[in-house]
Design a protein around this ligand. Sequence first.
Ligand SMILES: Cc1cc2nc3c(=O)[nH]c(=O)nc-3n(C[C@H](O)[C@H](O)[C@H](O)COP(=O)(O)OP(=O)(O)OC[C@H]3O[C@@H](n4cnc5c(N)ncnc54)[C@H](O)[C@@H]3O)c2cc1C
Ligand code: FES
Length: 271
Amino acid sequence: MAMVNPYYPIPIKIKKIIPETPTITTFILDGKPMQFEAGQFMELTVPGIGEAPFTPSSSPYADDLEFTIMKVGRVTSSLFSCKEGDTVGVRGPFGKPYPLDKFRGKEIYIVGGGVGFAPLRSLFLALLHNIKDYKKLYIRYGARTPEDIVYRRLLPEWENTKGVDIVLTVDVGNNSWKGNVGVVTVILDDIPVDVAKSPAIVCGPPIMLKFVTQRLIEAGFNHDSIYLSMESNMSCGIGKCNHCRIGEYYVCKDGPVLTWDEIKHIEEPFV
Ligand SMILES: Cc1cc2nc3c(=O)[nH]c(=O)nc-3n(C[C@H](O)[C@H](O)[C@H](O)COP(=O)(O)OP(=O)(O)OC[C@H]3O[C@@H](n4cnc5c(N)ncnc54)[C@H](O)[C@@H]3O)c2cc1C
Ligand code: FES
C-alpha cells in the first residue's frame, strides 16, 4: 500500500449505510485506503462542510473501512444526509493502537456505553480474529433504551461465539425488554475475571468513563491495566495544534487511549 500524506483526505465512496439506532448509523466505505490498528482514529471529511475524528468500527483485517457514528452536530449531520455512492474524505490513521501484545493469554474485560461500542467493535473483531491468543473476551455494554443498543443485528452471532461473554443493560426498559435495567455499572457488580491480571478497556461518554473507572479501581484492576478512550477537540491529529491537550498529553498523538495510571493525576480528566 502506498505511503499516504496524513494532511490530505483521500476521497472514498460510501458503499453502504446501515442505521443502527434512531441516532447512530454505520457507514461502510468502499475499500480501505490505509491500514490501521484497533484503537487508532481517523479524520473523516464531508466535502464543503468540514472534518471530525472517528475511530473505525470495522476489523483492521477487513477489506472495507467502517465507521459507526452518532449524529450530534455539524459534520455528523452532514454525514447523515449523505447517500450510498456519495464521496467523503478520510485521513489518518492517528494515535496509538491498543497494546494487543500485552493482552495475549489474558481475559479481556471490555466495557462500553452508547456509541462507545463503535471503537470497541474494532478492538473486539481484532481480538476475535486471533481468539486462540486470548483466554476469554467479556463485553459489558449499556445503552439508554433497547432501541439505542448498537449492533443488535450482530449481537446474536457474537453471543454464540465460544470464548465470548456478553451482558447488556439499558437505562430505561420497555415492555419487550427482558434484560438488565440500570446504568452500565449495575452489570459490573459481579466481575468474573482475574482482576489482578486482566486488562479492562472502556469507551463511552465522559460521565460513564468516570463511574466505570471508579468501579474498576474498587474491583481491584491495576491502574495501568485500565484503558480509557479519551475524547477531546481535535484539529491537526498529529500533535501540532494543541487543540486536544489533556494535562501533558496530546490525545491525538499520545492517545486516544490512555491508561488510568497515566491520567489519574489530572484534575478533571473526563470532561
Ligand atoms: C479519537 C476520537 C474518536 C471518536 N470516535 C467516534 C466514533 O467512532 N463515533 C462517533 O459517533 N463519535 C466519535 N467521536 C466523537 C466525534 O468526533 C464527535 O461526535 C464529532 O466531532 C462531532 O462533530 P460535529 O461537527 O457533528 O459536532 P459539533 O458541531 O462539533 O458539535 C455540536 C454539539 O454536539 C456536542 N457534541 C460533540 N461531540 C459530542 C459527542 N460525542 N456526544 C454528545 N455531544 C457531542 C458539542 O458539545 C456541541 O454542542 C470520536 C472522537 C474522538 C476524539
Ligand atoms: S489535534 Fe492538533 S495537537 Fe492534537
